[in-house]
Design a protein around this ligand. Structure first.
Ligand code: SF4
Length: 255
């Protein structure tokens, strides 16, 4: 379960990484301007200033994006550019943050989990509520009991609802709320399901690695991520925190 304390420390980690990434990029841009400065003057007297203007614009853009994102994360209310901020986070800052985090010796799990936490907050602030038919619950294949022989990828209703694994409870949740439920074995199948169902929001359950890459791949379609539980190690007979999932579901469904 995601405790409030854990959530806050993940958010703090994310904020630290954004601040570090922003500083690093700005220092690099400043260096790019300073280093060729002396050489450029020999080419043309105005050349250093032209390069300075280009790099200065980039400097302001990175600073603007990072500050905007920090405000989005810290503000209790949605900001006008919430979707842009999510795009900047997903496409630009996550790869940069991952590099910086790795260089600082942070684990991928910590970096990705903090990214998922902040992504979820931005999605919650940006989105309203939808008809159940526009909501997709996307599950990983490893939730299915490893000894069950039913094929769920093409039709989740092949499940006999024996209750050995979480799929039976997920089907019950789907029927109760009228949303879509799909089980995917990988990114390609997940993409095909998304094209078929055309959801407005995806509530995805997976490990931190698959969730972080899924959120990136699916952008601009919003994904709310719920981490799975792995009592038997990765990818084997995993579990889903049903309370968290149902809470997310009721948040996005039109009353
Ligand atoms: S609930 Fe039973 S039948 Fe359904 S997928 Fe799990 S083990 Fe198989």
């Amino acid at each position: 379960m995601d405790t409030a304390e854990h959530g806050t420390s993940r958010k703090r980690l994310f904020i630290g990484l954004i601040a570090g990434t922003c500083t690093l990029v700005c220092v690099l841009l400043a260096l790019l301007w300073v280093i060729p400065y002396i050489g450029l003057r020999n080419i043309h007297p105005y050349a250093p200033w032209v390069l300075g203007a280009i790099l200065g614009t980039l400097f302001v853009l990175v600073l603007w994006a990072s500050l905007g994102l920090l405000l989005s994360v810290l503000s209790p209310r949605p900001l006008p550019l919430a979707q842009r901020m999510r795009g900047v986070t997903v496409k630009l800052l996550l790869p940069l943050m991952s590099l910086l985090g790795r260089a600082l010796g942070l684990s991928k799990e910590d970096i990705h989990t903090s990214f998922i936490k902040v992504n979820n907050e931005l999605v919650l602030r940006e989105l309203g509520r939808f008809d159940p038919s526009r909501i997709l619950l996307l599950m990983p294949h490893c939730l299915q009991n490893s000894r069950c022989e039913m094929r769920l990828t093409y039709d989740v209703d092949n499940c006999k609802r024996c209750g050995t694994c979480p799929i039976a409870a997920l089907l019950e949740l789907r029927d109760r709320y009228g949303v879509h439920l799909a089980v995917a074995t990988g990114g390609t199948i997940a993409r095909r399901i998304v094209v078929q169902k055309r959801p407005k929001v995806i509530i995805a359950v997976a490990c931190y690695r698959d969730l972080a890459s899924g959120i990136q791949d699916t952008y601009p379609l919003p994904v709310f991520g719920v981490l799975n539980e792995r009592p038997n190690g990765p990818c084997l007979d995993t579990l889903v925190p049903l309370d968290n999932l149902e809470a997310a579901l009721t948040r996005f469904i039109k009353p």
